[in-house]
Design a protein around this ligand. Sequence first.
Ligand SMILES: *Cc1c(COP(=O)(O)O)cnc(C)c1O
Length: 228
Amino acid sequence: MSTIADNLSTLAERIRSAALAAGRAPEHVRLLAVSKTKPADAVREAYAAGVRDVGENYLQEALAKQLELSDLPLTWHFIGPIQSNKTRAIAEHFDWVHSVDRLKIAQRLSEQRPADLPPLNVCLQVNVSGEASKSGCNPEALPALAQAIAALPRLTLRGLMAIPEPTDDPAAQAAAFARVRELQAGLNLGLDTLSMGMSHDLEAAIAQGATWVRIGTALFGARDYGQV
Ligand SMILES: *Cc1c(COP(=O)(O)O)cnc(C)c1O
């Protein structure tokens, strides 16, 4: 069985090759280690191998791991669906939120971000797969929503996040990620972040400008049966 350190070096090489093939600097693509369903010890092992950014989908699970790992200087990213009653804890305990998809959630995060912390980095999740996915704002709503969120005082709007419908077709992967890149460019807000690409499609995402790839399986191994 390969270790997390082995997996990380394989991933670093995949990221590097994909960036160079796209004429991009490899250091402009960062790896977000997605540790949902994985124990704190796995994150500790990833940290020892060089991981510094960790993504979690479920608040309670994330808070428990943060407590166990409070001795490590990790940057925590929230990447899961957000219910209104969870915004305060998210605003208090995370450095980034990739999954903002409506104004009400953004307003609450801004209001609830503690004054002694820097503004919360947020990405606006956009649904580029239509009916196939329920998460994310629809592309038509994006410009107005992005403008409103960019104006909130305690958030820094960094860019867009997307989870396109999974497919093995490289052309379909490229088209979905290109759409996200074009939507971002069309906003004209000077955003610097594209959070897109997972274990199976990171190469296609990097070719279209991904700056965060969110990697679970290829780093930590398959998630337990029955878990997301
Ligand atoms: C689980 C998850 C990932 C990681 O997916 P893998 O295919 O395991 O790499 C990335 N982003 C989000 C939003 C996720 O929920």
